[in-house]
Design a protein around this ligand. Sequence first.
Ligand code: DX5
Ligand code: ZN
Length: 279
Amino acid sequence: MGRTGSPPVKSISSHRRRGTLQPIEADMSSPRHKLQIRTPVNPPAGQAFEQLAATLDAHGPVVLPALLLCDFGHLADEVERLEAAGAAALHLDVMDGRFVPQLTYGMVVVEAVRRATTRPIEVHLMVEEPESCVEAYAKAGADIVTVHVEGLTNPRRTLEQIASLGSRAHLAISPGTPVARIEPYLDVCDGVLVMSVEPGFGGQAFNPVALAKLSELAALRSQRGGGFRLAVDGGISTDTIGPVAAAGAELIVAGSAVIRTPDYARAISELEQLARSAA
Ligand code: DX5
Ligand code: ZN
């Protein structure tokens, strides 16, 4: 790193203020330090999204497997299996145990997935004060950073910040939140993620309230002449994927419907076929 001569870092908080995530070990030459350095991630945030957009335009809806229920003891293997199975992109659920009851994982795991795949990554932030960490996730290589309107004090500013960092800015709405709540921000959304379960857990039953919201958003989008992608997350199965695709969903997150099957390729391809024939 060529930083041996740099003055020692004084505190964790001074690092946080600069928005960096380097470790604070003073002995830069020790093997321990070398292990702790977080190497720059590839590709830069947002870059891999172009390929995904081309796939959407050419073939229709895609399935984004959610890793939430995967075997985290073999994370890189799981990512490799999903990539080999044809996953067009991956969906990572970051939960803080406060915005939602469950605590999942954060930056370290997102960075590990980033290193393990060249496919686009969506980071779905189910955290309080998401504005405080969007920069870090974008810099970690999230092609899409998805934030919940329910957790934001200034949605417009946060969405603009995500876009300025080179990631796609997606806005999520929980089942109880009406579309009207996000309408003022659609001009700065690259995508809208309609939750079809309460955020927090995989394996829940699909809530059909999402269908009406997808249709409403699709109509708003046509009125505006385009501008954002439609996504859906929660309870997707071979029974529900057709209806969400027919209602306009293009980026379709599927957790248990992929991860709880023995053959990821078969699950993804069956779901995508159903979605594409219904779209
Ligand atoms: C729920 C998460 C989802 C979840 C989806 O809060 O946002 O991404 O992993 O899992 P399934 O498809 O099993 O509902
Ligand atoms: Zn999710």
